[in-house]
Write a protein that binds this ligand. Structure first.
Ligand code: ZN
Length: 352
């Protein structure tokens, strides 16, 4: 365990609003009643079962056993919820728990469009087999298609696939994008895509080897795969050294660039470029022999332990001060029995 504060205690690390608190209670209820079920799985990179526990909670205070594989260093949620339980969770709770409110789709689309601009600029600096603007692009887990819309504006032909029916309908109707509902197994192409994008998707996938085998089947030999996801070894920058903020129950895998590279290598890819943040580009590896797995366990553990140590030394951030003062005020109100009324007034004030 990374420390006492990583042990499940039934309390949220993040301050939650009324809606989030209700959803959190709903999920806890389903976990206690066995509606959400867990399964043990072997490591998807090395097939081992020798794990060390890191945490048993996520940032919402939900039960989430996070372990690191001692043989290859892949950090993973294990045991994890079954596919059936995750499907129910994504339908019933996921978005509102994470966002705290219903985010208007046009606003979300605009943020994805900006992300598309950033990804396009990043890929433009990479050695590609043909000009980026002439490529055909497939995005898996495309949402409403904001990223693809940017690529289309630059001249690419685009196709997207996503499980969310409303997102797909929005991108099709409002922007005329070629989006359909499904997973990568449902993709049909006349011309295979030169570029496949996974932006904040692979860390949610339960069977990444199956997924990447499908990518390998579709991608031509000179094609490229772009993978973007939150990297463990970027916690210092992205989460102000707070690994608890990084942990969220929807993520089944928590990659470093090395563990992502190990996974991709197992499935016949090689790294072209990448960073710990993580933005990365892969291509299909020529030749059959798979390079040996690099065990990232010592390095990842050293990063996380040194991060925990240094976190205690740094001055508190603005968000921490805000969280502490809110907790102190709430605790004071609770002792005089005014917490519920104050909370209701605060929520009403926020809704104005
Ligand atoms: Zn492993």
């Amino acid at each position: 365990m990374l420390g006492k504060r990583f042990e499940y205690n039934g309390r949220s690390w993040l301050p939650l609003n009324q809606l989030q608190s209700e959803l959190r209670a709903q999920i806890e209820g389903k976990l206690k009643d066995g509606i959400y079920r867990f399964e043990d799985v072997p490591c998807c990179i090395c097939d081992g079962r020798d794990f060390e526990a890191l945490s048993t909670r996520d940032r919402y205070g939900l039960y989430m056993p996070v372990v690191i594989c001692r043989q290859c260093g892949l950090i993973q949620t294990n045991p994890r919820m079954t596919q059936e339980s995750y499907s129910e969770f994504y339908n019933a709770e996921y978005l509102q728990l994470y966002m705290g409110e219903e985010i208007p789709r046009p606003y979300f689309f605009a943020s994805q469009l900006e992300k598309g601009r950033r990804i396009f600029a990043y890929l433009s600096t990479q050695p590609l087999s043909k000009p980026l603007a002439t490529m055909s692009v497939l995005e898996v887990g495309c949402g409403a298609g904001g990223i693809l819309h940017y690529f289309k504006q630059q001249g690419c032909s685009v196709q997207g696939i996503d499980l969310g029916a409303e997102n797909v309908a929005f991108g099709r109707e409002r922007y005329g994008l070629n989006l359909s509902r499904g997973t990568i197994a449902d993709v049909r192409w006349d011309v295979p895509p030169d570029l496949i994008i996974y932006s904040h998707v692979l860390e949610h996938v339960l069977q990444p080897n199956n997924e990447l085998q499908q990518v390998r089947r579709i991608l031509p030999d000179d094609g490229v795969l772009y993978v973007e996801l939150p990297g463990v070894k970027d916690v210092r920058k992205s989460c102000d050294r707070e690994f608890l903020r990084y942990l969220q129950n929807a993520h089944t895998y928590h990659f470093t660039l090395t563990s992502l590279k190990n996974l991709l290598q197992r499935n016949g890819f090689e790294l072209i470029a990448g960073s710990e943040s993580i933005n990365s580009v892969f291509r299909k590896r020529k030749g059959e022999a798979s390079p040996a797995i690099v065990n990232d366990c010592p390095d990842a553990m050293s990063y996380l332990r040194s991060n925990e140590f240094r976190r205690k030394l740094r001055p508190p951030s603005a968000s921490e001060l805000n969280r502490w003062s809110r907790s102190a005020v709430l605790a004071a109100l609770k002792t005089i029995g005014l917490d519920r009324a104050a909370k209701a007034r605060y929520e009403a004030w926020k809704r104005r």
